[in-house]
Design a protein around this ligand. Structure first.
Ligand code: ADP
Length: 263
């Protein structure tokens, strides 16, 4: 049985098709989020890759920032539920999930069965999210994909003291004009996101192992800085950016299996 999970994010649309709630059949990612062609393009692409039609999908769950307005799914579920479900299904030893996406950051504390114990979110301020990194990437003309490679080369990360994205932007431009090395600037930017996230995470009870999910997990500069802040290794979930969509596909499978059982 095939189920489809769709994550209509603030910057990126992701789809996952699973067979029997476990085996990955196909995935798609389009860098265009809610309110754009992104969700439709990701939807068409994943069906094409899986070589199946929408009629072959037993149930579809949508999650993400744009989930309320997406019409093609059977139901929508919160990002917290889907991320937790996706990580617990793929990474059973995860007890703390740090999910940083394009618009928010969440820390989810799991119990030993992979159920949500508690969570803490920052969805009010761009600093400490992918948005902060994306703004800096465009100022520096460095692709966000390369941020991690630059950051880990730095021996002396520069200090970004502004707590607001707009002021931090001016600070980075000023440091750039003073000739600060690009590696050090990017490491400082990653450090700034890590410091904010660690402060958020420490408000709850962190248990090992800690895993990062969401698009910012791909940035090894943030991962490394977060590990130093939390004084323990921060691991990377495979398919990190797809965890919301993955969890949505698992939830879709659980829903349909429950109905089959009732019949
Ligand atoms: P959303 O679901 O809100 O769209 P995502 O979880 O998809 O968010 O994460 C998007 C963020 O991930 C972007 O803002 C960007 O900073 C970061 N990102 C995306 N791709 C990469 C990459 N290849 N390397 C590093 N960071 C990335």
């Amino acid at each position: 049985m095939f189920t489809l999970g769709i994550d209509v994010g603030s910057t990126t649309s992701k789809c996952i098709i699973l067979k029997d709630g476990k085996t990955l059949v196909a995935k798609s990612l389009v860098v265009a989020g809610t309110g754009t062609h992104g969700p439709e393009s990701a939807f068409n692409e994943v069906l094409e890759k899986a070589k199946i039609h929408y009629e072959d999908i037993a149930y579809t769950v949508v999650t993400g920032y744009g989930r309320q307005t997406y019409k093609k799914a059977n139901e929508n579920k919160s990002e917290l539920s889907c991320h937790a479900k996706g990580v617990a299904a793929t990474t059973p030893d995860a007890r703390t999930i740090i999910d940083i996406g394009g618009q928010d950051a969440k820390v989810i504390y799991l119990d030993d069965k992979g159920m949500i114990n508690n969570f803490i979110m920052n969805d009010k301020c761009a600093a400490g999210t992918g948005r902060f990194l994306d703004v800096m990437s465009s100022i520096l003309h460095v692709d966000i994909k390369d941020f991690g490679d630059y950051a880990i080369k730095s021996e002396v990360p520069s200090k970004i003291s502004s707590t607001c994205t707009v002021f931090a932007e001016s600070e980075v431009i000023s440091q750039l004009s003073k000739g600060v090395e690009i590696d050090d600037l990017i490491a400082g930017i990653c450090q700034s996101v890590a410091t904010r996230t660690a402060t958020l995470a420490k408000r709850g009870r962190i248990k090992s192992k800690i895993y990062m999910s969401g698009g910012v997990a791909l940035n090894q500069g943030v991962r490394k800085a977060l590990g130093s802040e939390l004084k323990e290794e921060v691991y990377y979930v495979e398919n990190a950016q797809y965890m919301g969509a993955w969890g949505a596909a698992v939830i879709a499978y659980e829903k349909i299996s429950q109905w089959c059982w009732l019949i």
